[in-house]
Ligand binder design. Structure first.
Ligand SMILES: *[C@@H]1O[C@H](CO)[C@@H](O)[C@H](O)[C@H]1NC(C)=O
Ligand SMILES: *[C@@H]1O[C@H](CO)[C@@H](O)[C@H](O)[C@H]1NC(C)=O
Length: 456
């Protein structure tokens, strides 16, 4: 157990102490491990936690892809039982991911062996979707997503479409005469999943609508088309009897005018949230967007992991903390599982992407990646419905050392703070609550770590 340091807090009229301290380090010497005992020490850094609750949090997680499901299919049942309990369980080794994304049809992380596919791929147009079926790859996704929901009922599930069937497209845009077919395609997908007991909480109509590259897994969709399709899809979802929400945009923060246009030009309530990616624009646009659109939630739905080709230890905690500090209700990594041989992407796709789980297909083994443990520093502790609490005292120097932090209050009142120590030395943090009188907790954080402190 950890050193307990008592504080007198008149504002809360109760004593406060550190309940638990859990740490993951860059050098993997600590992986979601209890922090080494810390001595009282002279502090070298001050952090203050603001107790004013901000936006609520749905959770943190990662994305299922065709690569992920193929890799899991190649492992033994006992291996995948361990993996699934690690990702979604709330037992000892579980990190309880609660915000998940899945690719709907092909993506750039569809293995070449699956071929180019959709739920209705054919040479001749099939506007009435007579040939719609989930197919081999779609059934494989459904099986794993259903298995996930068997383990945890607390998961918010987002589906994202990378491309409609080829016959619906021209010059990598939607052929406008097939807009009705595209909307029906989406609703047919929701129906197929629903009849297997899987409910999608939200969908995005087009992953990265401003990125037009390989037609197998991208499509361009400008904001005026997105607005019209949003209205049509919202109606079709409602008449189909589903309560799946629409999240707009699903792309980088450098074009906030795109989701703003969509939100401004659709019927009230048609857009529930805006989905943002991390690859351009930083996260401050979320703050401005939130101020202008207080009724719209925001999520960071995609940021890549690439642990084998230079991805940094702090990338993941940064792409969770920074959007959340700017108003996001959750953040997701791309992807859930990757291959140690980097051999599961479609031509032109992300051939360096890794996952929270890394699979070796040669000998059918797997490991929980460093990023799995960094993710657990958030997902294991921040409960669905928690509220974000701001902190004062973060600073990053030019050499990228420094401190970044985020606070949360869980629905049961538990307060926690997650801190990155980006220095190469111990950091002695003098930690206090805003408005609370009388003392503070001094806590020693090991070099190059992410630490979660729960308080009581
Ligand atoms: C969406 O529907 C609303 C309500 O009917 C309408 O005011 C709006 O113009 C529509 N937007 C588009 C882009 O069709
Ligand atoms: C995958 O496993 C094989 C067989 O054990 C081994 O030779 C290979 O080095 C492993 N690959 C990686 C990238 O670790």
């Amino acid at each position: 157990m950890h050193t307990l340091v008592l504080l007198v807090l008149p504002a809360l009229s109760r004593a406060l102490s550190v309940k638990s301290c859990t740490q993951t380090s860059e050098d993997r010497s600590s992986l979601l491990a209890t922090c080494p005992r810390t001595e009282d020490a002279e502090s070298t850094w001050s952090l203050t936690l603001d107790l004013e609750p901000q936006q609520s949090i749905d959770g943190f997680g990662a994305s299922w892809t065709d690569a992920t499901t193929l890799l899991f299919d190649g492992l033994s049942e006992s291996s995948t039982d361990d993996i699934m309990a690690g990702l979604f369980g709330d037992g000892e080794g579980g990190i309880k991911l609660e915000l998940m994304r899945m690719t709907v049809g092909q993506s750039d992380l569809t293995p070449i062996s699956d071929g180019r596919w959709s739920f209705d791929e054919s040479v001749l147009p099939d506007p009435s979707l007579k040939k719609f079926r989930l197919g081999k790859v779609g059934d494989r996704m459904l099986k794993w997503v259903a298995a996930m929901l068997e383990i945890s009922g607390d998961i918010t599930l987002l589906g994202s479409i990378w491309s409609p069937p080829g016959w619906m497209k021209q010059n990598n845009n939607l052929r406008w005469e097939y807009r009705g077919s595209y909307v029906n395609y989406i609703v047919s997908f929701l129906q197929a999943y629903s009849s297997a007991g899987v409910k999608l909480d939200a969908i995005t109509l087009q992953n990265e609508p401003l990125h037009s590259a390989a037609p197998a897994w991208t499509m361009h969709m400008d904001e005026s088309y997105a607005a019209i399709l949003t209205n049509l899809t919202a109606d079709a979802i409602q008449s189909g009897g589903f309560d799946t929400k629409l999240w707009a945009y699903d792309h980088n923060t450098d074009h906030p005018e795109y989701p703003q246009y969509v939100v401004d030009n659709v019927k009230d309530g048609a857009v529930d949230a805006v989905a943002w990616h991390c690859y351009g624009g930083g996260f401050s646009p979320l703050r401005d967007f939130g101020a202008k659109n207080p009724g719209i939630k925001q999520y960071m739905t995609e940021c890549w992991l690439h642990e084998l080709t230079g991805g940094g230890f702090f990338d993941l905690p940064q792409f969770i903390m920074r959007p959340v500090q700017n108003g996001a209700s959750g953040a997701m990594a791309w992807t859930l599982a990757g291959s140690v041989d980097l051999d599961v992407s479609y031509p032109g796709g992300c051939d360096q992407c890794t996952g929270l789980i890394q699979v070796n297909r040669t000998d059918a083994t797997y490991e929980f990646s460093r990023d799995f443990y960094a993710m657990g520093q958030f997902s294991k502790f921040v409960k669905k419905g928690a509220k974000f609490l701001g902190t004062t005292g973060d600073h990053i120097y030019d050499d990228n050392t420094g401190v970044e932090s985020a606070g949360f209050i869980n629905p049961d009142g538990e307060i926690l703070v997650i801190i990155m120590n980006k220095f190469n030395d111990d950091l002695k943090i003098d930690f206090q609550l805003q408005g609370a009188e009388g003392g503070s907790v001094v806590h020693v954080l090991k070099p190059r770590t992410v630490t979660t402190l729960t308080l009581k």
